[in-house]
Design a protein around this ligand. Structure first.
Ligand code: SF4
Length: 291
């Protein structure tokens, strides 16, 4: 049974229903649905949705993740960049997050498709701030560069958990330091791009390890971090070891700010893409661009 601070469900709205229908009509995917995100109603009602490109089947098998898995992913929808840009324009979104499943089966691991999506959005909706939450591309710099060169405003890659638990929790092709190195390289390739990472708590990590992870991210000059509670999706997934109290999340938030992040979203319902965080990041990006 969930503790009382995790039992609140926001009400469904018409906007949420409209967005859901439209996404289905265009055969687009959202991480909000595929990953059974607990914030779906709140985010979509507020006009923020995280789109998932490159299909709905992931080539990896992270133990916490509800996205369906397969050694070969879906065929790429070459019209996806245009459809995405059209829907973003239609809804007048000022901030969008584009993420994907891992595509280890593709020659470029999906990096050029990311670039095409960013370019299409920038062309049709020049005012929209674009965040991409990318796979680690197995550390391949050329693939990372494909994305960096398209110049999204924010690039994220999630460490997901502390170093000690990384092997147990994530797919064996993922690696704690590979993620941090990737974020570090974004800044070396283009320091104007903001970087972001996220982790889930409640899977057996210790307090000091969480703080150490934030320090490790800061050594790579990561700007934003999101810290939330892990909730087990339906089916055979990693068990929750602990429900972290809201006041402990608040401690991590303060610690993260002390360590120098531009923004720390930390709370039981926080996910890597989260409306409140996006609102803040959007203000940072706009404020910096006027200087
Ligand atoms: S890489 Fe892991 S976390 Fe990401 S979609 Fe695939 S299984 Fe889920």
């Amino acid at each position: 049974m969930l503790p009382e601070w995790l039992s609140v469900k926001p009400a469904t709205t018409e906007r949420y229903a409209h967005i859901k229908d439209r996404v289905r009509e265009l055969s687009l995917h959202t991480v909000c649905v595929e990953a059974q995100c607990p914030n779906i109603t709140e985010c979509w009602s507020g006009g923020t949705a995280t789109f998932m490109v490159l299909g709905s089947r992931c080539t990896r098998g992270c133990r916490f993740c509800a996205v369906s898995k397969s050694a070969i992913g879906n065929a790429i929808d070459m019209e996806e960049p245009d459809k995405l840009a059209a829907v973003i324009k239609e809804w007048g979104l000022s901030y969008v997050v584009i993420t994907s499943v891992a595509r280890d089966d593709l020659e470029d691991q999906g990096s050029l498709h990311f670039a095409a999506c960013i370019n299409a959005i920038k062309e049709r909706c020049p005012e929209t701030i674009v965040e991409v939450l990318i796979p680690d591309f197995q550390g391949n710099e050329e693939f990372l560069k494909n994305v960096v060169d398209a110049r999204p405003d924010v690039i994220g890659n999630n460490i997901e958990t502390v170093e000690r638990l990384s092997r147990e929790v994530r797919d064996r092709r993922a690696d704690y330091w590979q993620s941090i190195e990737l974020l570090k390289r974004v800044k070396l390739l283009d320091k104007r791009i903001y970087t972001k990472s996220a982790m889930m708590l409640g899977i057996g990590e210790m307090h000091d390890e969480v703080v150490q992870s934030m320090r490790d991210l800061r050594t790579a000059k990561v700007d934003f971090v999101a810290i939330g509670q892990y909730l087990k999706p339906k089916g055979h997934h990693l068990e929750v070891k602990e429900f972290i109290k809201p006041e402990i999340f608040e401690e991590y938030r303060k610690k993260g700010m002390e360590l120098g992040f531009r923004y720390v979203a930390s709370g039981p319902f926080v996910r890597s893409s989260y409306r409140a965080g996006e609102h803040f990041i959007s203000n940072v990006v706009k404020a910096d661009s006027t200087h």
